[in-house]
Design a binder for this molecule. Structure first.
Ligand SMILES: Cc1cc2nc3c(=O)[nH]c(=O)nc-3n(C[C@H](O)[C@H](O)[C@H](O)COP(=O)(O)O)c2cc1C
Length: 180
């Protein structure tokens, strides 16, 4: 099994989404000690903004397609995902490669892949929150290419120390449930 581990938080060791992605990858490795893990740290080694020229380089989408499981850290910055992670998405949603347009509408071309997303947010959100554009966006974007992602959440991180601990504990509990 190949695991692609993607982080995008700018907060280094203080990052909550990184705690959660590490925990997910640890659990996946415990279940399959021979798994290969490829790490992409989009904060420390950012992809440039998309350009027309970038379409001729398929290395990012090929790495995504080659992975069996993709683990993504998705902190909320200004109500949506970090631009570093958006730059990665821009290289993965490729017409003719991960989706295509047909007479019946768009069709996702990616199947048989597990995508697990760790969402960390300063406040509290649910699917109905008007300003929630992390989980809703990633659900839509991955759904478009044929994948139903699994989400774990750490909310209330910026509210105070107790809420931060409770948010992390909730994320770790959701990870255990996913592994069970
Ligand atoms: C630049 C920046 C923008 C943020 N914007 C929001 C926001 O719009 N809504 C929110 O609830 N929290 C916001 N936060 C708080 C983060 O979502 C929260 O700290 C979360 O833990 C970030 O994930 P990380 O710890 O993995 O970096 C923001 C934090 C930063 C650094």
């Amino acid at each position: 099994m190949t695991i692609l581990h993607i982080d995008s938080s700018i907060n280094g060791e203080n990052s909550v989404s990184r705690v959660l992605t590490r925990s997910i990858v640890d659990q996946l490795r415990a279940a399959d000690p021979k798994a290969d893990v490829i790490v992409r740290d989009l904060a420390n080694e950012p992809l440039p903004h998309l350009t027309l020229e970038a379409f001729s380089d398929s290395s990012t989408v090929d790495e995504f397609l080659d992975a069996d499981t993709v683990v993504i850290g998705a902190p909320m910055y200004n109500f949506t995902l970090p631009s570093q992670l958006k730059a990665w998405i821009d290289r993965v949603l490729i017409a003719g490669k991960t989706f295509r347009y047909t007479a019946d509408g768009p069709e996702g071309l990616v199947g048989g892949k597990r995508v697990m997303v760790a969402v960390s947010r300063g406040g509290f959100y649910d699917d109905a929150s008007a300003l929630e554009h992390v989980e809703t966006y990633l659900k839509g974007a991955f759904g478009f290419i044929g994948i139903t992602p699994e989400f774990v959440h750490a909310d209330g991180i910026a509210v105070g120390p107790e809420q931060r601990e409770a948010g992390i504990a909730n994320g770790l509990l959701e990870i255990e449930r996913l592994a069970a």
